[in-house]
Design a protein around this ligand. Structure first.
Ligand code: HEM
Length: 466
């Protein structure tokens, strides 16, 4: 026996002993069934995993940042590497972000990584949601998981909003202030609610500590709990699967084309685990690349929050742009007072709460609008579902036009005109664009015979069942 063989034997028996020791305590064999669970070999099903891994990176990089960030607006004297602030009295939160960016080893890299992970998180959630929507994977029995997912989407936006405010620089604080005014505009409860969330009148000395608490504890913990529920429901109900072309031979048996009691796909371990590991490292590599080359929110350039001035250009992140668009398009005369009760609804409430509220209500309610009595195991072909696909296309066009409206000043600059000229055109586009896009989609798809191959990988690749 060679020396190498001897070493391999020793490692093998040590890992066997470790397995037996752990098995005695945790009954690992009982969990073996889960390792054989099948994952459909569908590339678009990996979008949810990208969201999951982005969240993991957010937690890890956020923990690093949390060690250096100071959630306080008390004045301190700056003594760091940025020459223009040397010796100046500045808010502590702002100073700590300068410190992370320019003085903490790897601080700038980790800060950028956190920023890009947040963007990838929201983008992956959006795309994952669209894949679930267009393949009809929200239908009976998966409506509860669609609702949990919608909650996760709202929380992801909440996490981004509260994080944006933390550096307490001039740009971010002004943008955060818009959120405060929107919260305050809610009739009856707005005043108190805004004060609770923002720690008094914005910006008060309690604003940053309060938003920090929400950003690092309340929101991530709630996301963690909802994610656990999301995954538990997924395991319990199994994945949807693209319709099979015919009977599929797996390692143990042959699965008939219409048998919806099992999933044909890759076993969770080791095949799917290996695929997920690749997705994880690709996510990490993409984020490292972005963090290495693309700068983020330049706090030194914007300077600390200054109550006496307003930056020339205020812009939220791209995923809030559609909400900003509502606020920009609504003319002030649209505010109304409800007779008898005398409650005043201003444009900030209508554009910032009422309209987005209706959009989110439609999102949560969608599986009950397109309700199916019968449980569905297989995914649908979007081209064979004219009205549902038309609604999806109309919704995308609506969000895109509202987002362009959020950048109306840039659009006006590009066209060499003013916002008062582009705004009416944007209102018309927002009302007609989605209807037109949806109508055309519906016409084109209903002219189709709907007989399509649902796509996906060759089912004969399948090796496991669940
Ligand atoms: C933090 C955000 C989210 C994460 C990390 C996440 C993660 C995942 C993962 C890993 C899967 C299994 C693989 C796949 O089908 O992609 C999944 C399935 C699912 N997700 Fe999400 N998700 C999130 C948000 C959402 C949202 C916003 C929705 C819809 C509004 C949603 C609805 C669903 C549904 C219905 C399934 C089952 C799909 C099927 O069986 O084909 N999820 N999710």
């Amino acid at each position: 026996m060679s020396r190498l063989d001897g070493l391999a034997d020793r490692v093998g028996s040590a890992s066997e002993r470790l397995y037996r020791w752990t098995d005695d305590r945790f009954d690992l064999d009982a969990g073996r069934g889960a390792l054989g669970k099948a994952f459909p070999a569908e590339d678009s099903f990996l979008l949810g995993e990208i969201a999951l891994f982005s969240f993991l990176v957010l937690v890890l990089t956020g923990t690093f940042l949390g060690m250096f960030f100071e959630p306080s607006t008390s004045d301190v004297t700056y003594e760091g590497s940025v020459a223009k602030f040397q010796g100046e009295t500045l808010p502590e939160a702002f100073v700590s972000v300068l410190h992370i960016t320019y003085d903490v080893p790897y601080g700038m890299f980790i800060r950028r990584m956190h920023h890009w992970a947040a963007h990838l998180f929201v983008a992956a959630i959006g795309l994952h949601m669209l894949r679930v929507f267009f393949t009809g994977a929200y239908r009976n029995p998966r409506e509860p998981n669609w609702v949990v997912g919608s909650g996760l989407a709202v929380l992801a936006m909440g996490a981004a909003y509260t994080g944006y405010a933390l550096p307490f620089d001039e740009f971010a604080s002004t943008a955060t202030g818009i959120g405060y005014n929107v919260a305050k505009s809610i009739p009856i409860v707005g005043d108190v609610g805004a004060k609770i969330v923002f720690g008094g009148e914005f910006p008060s000395s309690a604003t940053i500590p309060r938003l920090y608490f929400l950003h690092v504890l309340v929101i991530p913990a709630t996301i963690g709990v909802l994610l656990a529920v999301h995954m538990a429901i997924l395991l319990r109900q199994k994945h949807t699967e693209t319709p099979r072309d015919g009977p599929v031979g797996t390692r143990r048996t042959t699965v008939e084309a219409d048998d919806d009691s099992v999933v044909v796909g890759l076993p969770a371990f080791p095949n799917q685990a290996a695929v997920s590991a690749v997705v994880f490292f690709l996510t990490l590599a993409t984020l490292s690349l972005l963090a290495g080359f693309l700068p983020v929110h330049n706090v030194a350039e914007y300077g600390p929050n200054d109550l006496a001035s307003t930056p020339e250009l205020i812009m939220p992140d791209w995923f809030f742009m559609w909400l900003y668009g509502f606020l920009k398009l609504l003319p002030t005369w649209m505010s109304v007072t409800i007779p008898v009760v005398g409650i005043h609804l201003n444009t900030e409430f209508i554009g910032g709460v009422l309209l987005p509220g209706l959009v989110f209500l439609a999102l949560f309610a969608w599986p009950f609008i397109d309700y199916s009595e019968e449980p569905t195991h297989f995914t649908a072909d979007p081209l064979a579902r004219p009205w549902q696909t038309a609604v999806g296309v109309a919704a995308i066009v609506f969000v895109v036009i509202a987002s362009i409206a959020g950048m109306n000043n840039i659009l006006a600059d590009v066209l060499g005109t003013s916002t008062s000229v582009v705004n009416p055109a944007l209102v018309v586009a927002l009302l007609l664009g989605p209807a037109l896009a949806g109508g055309i989609t519906y016409r084109v798809l209903s002219g189709d015979d709907g007989e399509r191959d649902a796509g996906g990988r060759d089912p004969t690749e399948a090796t496991g069942d669940g």
